[in-house]
Design a protein around this ligand. Structure first.
Ligand code: GTP
Ligand code: MG
Length: 267
């Protein structure tokens, strides 16, 4: 493997209440990065992350497990953590060493007690944190309720960046408010189709895009000036504002992704 200097190593930790899907997402990340040829599952007890006997017996993670992948000259260390509060020590120490925390929320259950307990460590260590809402394919999935609960619990910095179009069985479309496109995923993952936002979603997408732009502009005087000048920000400016906002805990972006696929960035 290549050697990386410190700037090119990023530690990302997956956190979230029990059974939100952290281990499943790690497995998908490794599979999509072509580091494994077959996608294991927690039920089949063959994921890369949950490899201890006790994890197989319990059907869930017990230890924090570090894995890694490479992306655009960066080495990304991915740490999968357990969700049960009995194992909070593993979670706290992983958050402490991370650059970015990804908090998973289940679209059916929204913010759970476990989410709040874990959040305290993101807050304590001031780590940039984003939300990834999954299980949108469930009959009872309610993405917008999960977002509302996150706003109530963690404040107005919670800002939607992607949202599902067709929640429930067959869910395979998300709208990306940064790029203002719709992604449509095949059922086995892989690269999604990039489509224009459908007419029926335009009003909502524009409204949320504007909210995202304002949130990004708030974090930098220059961006604010640009925003007043142009009434909008381009993609790079948006990224810059969101990055700054994440570093200061002024923005917690929210993403959505279908099961078996990782979200798309920089394609
Ligand atoms: N339908 C659906 N099921 C999912 C999704 N993501 C994960 N699951 C299922 O949810 C269950 C829990 O997944 P895990 O990956 O073990 O969750 P975890 O967060 O690692 O659980 P702990 O380690 O015990 O905290 C498994 O049965 C997964 O197959 C999803 O997006 N949709
Ligand atoms: Mg797990």
């Amino acid at each position: 493997m290549k050697s990386y200097d410190e700037k090119h190593i990023k530690n990302v930790v997956l956190i979230g209440a029990a059974k939100t899907g952290k281990t499943t997402l790690c497995e998908t990340m490794l599979y999509e990065a072509k580091l494994i040829q077959r996608r294991g599952s927690v039920e089949e007890k063959n994921t890369v992350s949950d490899y201890h006997d006790i994890e197989h017996e319990r059907g869930g993670s017990v230890y924090a497990t570090a894995m890694h992948t490479e992306w655009r000259d960066y080495k990304i260390n991915i740490i999968d953590t357990p969700g049960l509060d009995d194992f909070m020590g593993e979670v706290a120490s992983s958050i402490r060493v991370c650059d970015t925390a990804i908090m998973l929320l289940n679209a059916q259950h929204g913010v759970e007690i476990g989410t709040e307990l874990i959040w305290d460590y993101c807050d304590k260590y001031r780590k940039p944190t984003l939300f990834a809402i999954n299980q949108c394919d469930h009959e009872k999935a309610d993405f917008w309720n999960a977002v509302e609960e996150a706003k109530n619990s963690f404040g107005k910095a919670v800002t939607v960046m992607q949202y599902p179009v067709n929640q429930g069985a067959g869910f395979n479309q998300i709208i990306d408010l940064l790029k203002m496109v719709m992604y449509q995923f095949g059922k086995d993952g892989g690269k999604p189709e990039k489509l224009p936002i459908p007419e029926s979603e335009l009003e909502r997408a524009n409204e949320l895009h504007n909210a995202l732009v304002e949130k990004a502009a708030e974090n930098d005087e220059k961006l604010m000036e640009l925003f007043f000048e142009k009434g909008n920000l381009d993609e790079d400016e948006l990224r810059q504002g969101i990055k700054l906002g994440m570093m200061h805990h002024d923005v917690f972006p929210v993403f959505a992704y279908p099961q078996n696929v990782t979200w798309v960035r920089g394609d």
